[in-house]
Design a protein around this ligand. Structure first.
Ligand code: 8DG
Ligand code: MG
Length: 310
């Protein structure tokens, strides 16, 4: 497996991409700058060297974003991807390659290498994903709707106590209040008829895949699946999920009896998933950097993600 150090230079809402040169695999397609580790090099040494060679920049600040394994017909690559937020010198294509700044929301159609799609999702999806506590009512959520509308956090509405009608009404009221997108779990509701489908994400637990059809429904916002093992994560990827929630990182109050998989197991799951993964299990938003070191681009949870005690 080729270990590749990849740098995502980020400037506001844009990232730098470069075009692969003639003669290389994927010539003419776009990629994030970077390249293979040389013998004896650490990944961050390779990142600094590649960005200096390819762009003429000196990296001043780098943070892990995600790890991703992709199989091409003739080779397997591990893309070890880093966000680069600060650097010295103006980046330019030092090897004759074209470079351009691309808005994050335009990356899906920028002609990137096929392997980079999960990376694009990782840049587009929110880094924090908050699940509602089971005992919350519709009013609990409506009382904080202004906050939900301005927050960068994605919310998953679990709310098992609500009827389908109450659940549907709540979703429509939250969207009306300016909440950008929501993750829902009720496929029985006709969301297209409610004109809400554009801004909804479908979230299913892994065990629901059995009865969820052979292919993910074409929801504009995409589908997320919760997984605790490799078999389910592979099933979810084949089904067409865009992201996974994998756990458990630590023991949680929700599942006190479940042994946590721990960070090294999560890293194994994330590496094998081929999709961007949210880490879950006893985490808070403050755990984002440890989750990213374990190959997960983002964190999810219940307690610790809400302004008041859940
Ligand atoms: N840099 C980079 N490589 C990617 C991306 N996506 C992707 O599949 N790859 C693959 C393509 C290549 O097989 C491999 C990178 O190897 P490379 O040939 O560019 O390595 P390098 O820059 O060191 O080039 P060279 O010195 O071997 O000429 O990773 C990406 O976004 N950035
Ligand atoms: Mg390269």
């Amino acid at each position: 497996m080729l270990h590749i150090a990849v740098g995502v230079l980020r400037r506001g809402s844009e990232v730098l991409i470069s075009q692969r040169l003639a003669g290389k695999p994927g010539a003419g397609q776009w990629e994030f700058p970077g390249g293979k580790l040389e013998p004896g090099e650490t990944v961050t040494q390779a990142l600094r060297r590649e960005l200096a060679e390819e762009l003429g920049v000196e990296v001043l600040d780098h943070q892990p974003l995600m790890r991703l394994v992709h199989q091409y017909p003739d080779r397997t690559v591990l893309l070890d991807t880093w966000l680069v937020n600060r650097w010295k010198q103006e980046p330019s294509g030092r090897e004759g390659q074209a470079t351009r700044w691309c808005p994050v929301e335009a990356l899906s159609t920028a002609g990137l290498l096929a392997a980079d799609q999960p990376l694009v999702a990782a840049l587009q999806w929110p880094a924090c994903y908050a699940f509602t506590p089971d005992h919350w009512s519709a009013n609990d959520l409506l009382s904080i709707r202004q906050q939900l509308a301005t927050s960068a956090v994605l919310t998953r509405l679990r709310l098992p106590r609500l009827s389908d009608t109450a659940y549907r009404d709540l979703v429509l009221r939250l969207l009306d209040s300016g909440v950008q997108r929501l993750a829902v779990d009720r496929t029985e509701i006709d969301w297209a008829a409610a004109a809400a489908a554009e801004r909804l994400i479908l979230h299913l637990p892994g065990h629901a895949l059995e009865s969820a059809g052979s292919q993910a429904p074409a929801w504009a916002g995409g589908c997320v699946v919760s997984c605790h093992d490799q078999k389910t994560s592979q099933q979810a990827a084949q089904w067409g999920a865009q992201t996974l929630v994998i756990g458990s990182a630590r023991r949680t109050a929700t599942h006190p009896d479940r042994l946590p998989a721990g960070w090294s197991e999560l890293r194994r799951l994330a590496d094998g998933a081929g999709l961007p993964c949210y880490a879950i299990g006893g985490l808070t938003p403050r755990d984002l950097s440890v989750a990213r070191r374990a190959g997960c681009f983002a964190v999810a949870g219940i307690r610790g993600f809400w302004p008041r005690s859940a």
